[in-house]
Ligand binder design. Sequence first.
Ligand code: ZN
Length: 371
Amino acid sequence: MSDHYETLGVSRDATPEEIKKAYRKMARQLHPDVNPGPEAEERFKAVSQAYDVLSDPGKRAVYDRGGDMGPGAAGFGQGFTFTDIMDAFFGQGGADRGPRSRQRRGQDALIRVQVELSEAVFGGEREIAVDTAVGCPTCHGEGAQPGTGTRRCDVCGGRGEVHTTQRSFLGPVMTTRPCATCQGYGTVIAHPCVQCSGEGRVRSRRTLNIRVPAGVDTGTRIQLAGEGEVGAGNGPAGDLYVEIVVAPHPTFVRRGDDLHATVGLPMTAAALGTTVTLDTMDGPQELDVEPGTQSGETTTLRGLGVSHLRGGGRGDLVVHIEVQTPKNLDETQRRLLAELAAVRGEERPEGRLASHGSGLFGRLKDALSGR
Ligand code: ZN
């Protein structure tokens, strides 16, 4: 029996990498597919057997100590599979070889749903129409007309890949590529399902009931696991994301979880003080207006805003007062106001400029800067 190191043409202290390299080079030249004939076949077996021993640290150690590693012990043909040889050729794992599955995981889907402000404040349930791929009801995802099924691809013999040998300046090189006839599936659909054209899935519109959590805002996404697109070949569905768009409200403006609204008050009511009833999201609420309330002042109604999405509780309702100066006075009204002005010594006001940070100007600045 020849020496395994000599067979591979490497020294006794060759590294595993050198052994692998030497084996690949020789196996390429001697592989029976490339180099038919009894002599090459014998040498190929010897080379393979040498590599089998020297590439395994345990076997190599036994062999180096003079152990019997002849054909009877662990020769070619015993536990040496086609895949092992392919691995040695191309350095790839054998696990991902073979026909690929027709099933794919489906993609996630995104839809936008507009909700009313009241739904954002209190939460709610609603029906949404979703348009996604679903498993084909005719072939149940098989892709074949009912009763026909698939048959083994006779080009690749069901392996899903084909091997070709090409001559190159390095010598013959074997390559593997997915079978073009079956696209690597290993099977062929002779009679594709007429409803899905063999895809195993079709587009369909369905209705879903979703819960809109209190506190959602424009941009909030609700994830519904497994409600997205069904994959090819009836593969597992992706997730459905429902993105919320909160519709504008005619009277309330949302800032964070607070709501803002403006209430107009006649000048007299603002001066004398009053109580007004506001139509809030929670129904009618009374608001006390202090005598002498200025235009632009705000009153906060605690807990009448939007629910916090996390942690419970609610934001506030901030009511902005807008004092309305009376217009189109009749003679009596004009006379009464003129009398009031005279009593208050306001017939010729000074036109004093307000300082920064005080009065209406300061509040305006605060409002503009968002404070
Ligand atoms: Zn079908």
